[in-house]
Design a protein around this ligand. Structure first.
Ligand code: SF4
Length: 311
């Protein structure tokens, strides 16, 4: 017997109908734990002129994965190595943003959709990967442009197939920043939610939706939990759920994190662990932890494990 998965529309309907509940002091407890972990670091951060230090999901995961690599990516940017997946992800984000901000208006088709998305990348251009993505898109000629357009249209259609149409009373919004300052703003925990439904003054629970254009990676679960932590500390009410939806080349995958105390404590524990790693980085003794990321690690040349032939 196969049981059909609920659609995203059905899940949202259930979560948004729940009563909103007070966090009962949970946000303060979590915040206290994070503040306590930053305290011992402050003097070193200031001495290293690293204040304010922003930690987003990528930096936290890098630090937890391998402290040497994590330390290197703090305050530095490295060229995007694989532009195509980044470009496809950015284009899909833009299409979803358009869809939400027009309250589900029909999308342009094919090359018109890709051209509109490209123009929005231009409008959003602010350095970083957008420049590399634009260079890639500008280099697409003839058949390749048409193939990218078909791919974008197909991924967007697959992704949005089971979404409800956004309605104004549900408070749909996109690209919402959540920023938590620790130690008076010396360390900033930062996230940008792709899509948020409910919350704020809507009187409904918050649901956060993350959009991806490839397969589901294991670190997406940790990112969901980090976003739940940010939303809880910011709003003083835990979100009902964080959902990651990935429109890969062949199908849509979804991971759902319904938020509870265990999840939030796990997320806080991960931030505390990353701050411990940062302390070792600042003391000049980062742990090197081999993983499947070693082949593309930007600091391989200074890695002892590589020098010893162990990676
Ligand atoms: S190559 Fe070395 S520094 Fe880079 S991720 Fe692997 S273990 Fe860490």
């Amino acid at each position: 017997v196969s049981v059909a998965e609920p659609t995203l529309a059905e899940l949202l309907e259930e979560w948004l109908a729940r009563p909103t509940v007070s966090d009962d002091g949970l946000a303060d407890t979590l915040l206290g734990r994070l503040e306590a972990a930053v305290g011992p670091l402050l003097a070193r951060l200031e001495a290293g002129r690293l204040v304010p230090l922003t930690l987003d999901k990528e930096r936290l995961e890098a630090m937890i994965g391998c402290e040497r690599r994590g330390g290197a990516v703090l305050g530095r940017t490295f060229p995007v190595r694989e532009v195509d997946p980044v470009a496809r992800g950015l284009l899909l984000d833009i299409v979803v943003r358009r869809w939400v901000t027009t309250l589900g208006a029909e999308l342009p088709r094919g090359e018109a959709l890709l051209e509109e998305a490209r123009q929005l990348v231009v409008a959003d251009r602010g350095g970083g990967p957008a420049d590399e993505v634009l260079a890639r898109l500008d280099g697409l000629a003839g058949d390749e442009f048409a193939a990218w357009a078909d791919d974008l249209e197909a991924r967007a259609a697959r992704l949005l197939a089971d979404w409800p149409r956004p309605e104004e009373d549900r408070w749909w919004r996109t690209e919402e920043r959540a920023v938590i300052g620790l130690a008076g703003g010396a360390v900033i925990l930062s996230g940008r939610f792709d899509v948020v439904v409910g919350g704020a003054a809507s009187g409904r629970p918050t649901v956060i939706l993350e959009v991806k254009s490839g397969r589901i990676w294991p670190e997406y679960g940790a990112a969901q939990e980090f976003y739940a932590l940010l939303a809880t500390v910011r709003d003083r009410i835990p979100p009902a759920a964080v959902v990651t939806v990935a429109a890969g080349p062949l199908g849509v995958e979804r991971i759902v994190a319904e938020v509870d105390v265990d999840l939030l404590e796990r997320a806080a524990g991960r931030v505390v662990a990353a701050l411990g790693g940062l302390e070792r980085v600042l003391e000049g003794r980062p742990e090197e932890r081999p993983s499947e990321r070693c082949p593309t690690c930007p600091v391989r040349s200074s890695c002892h494990l590589v020098a010893e032939g162990r990676v």
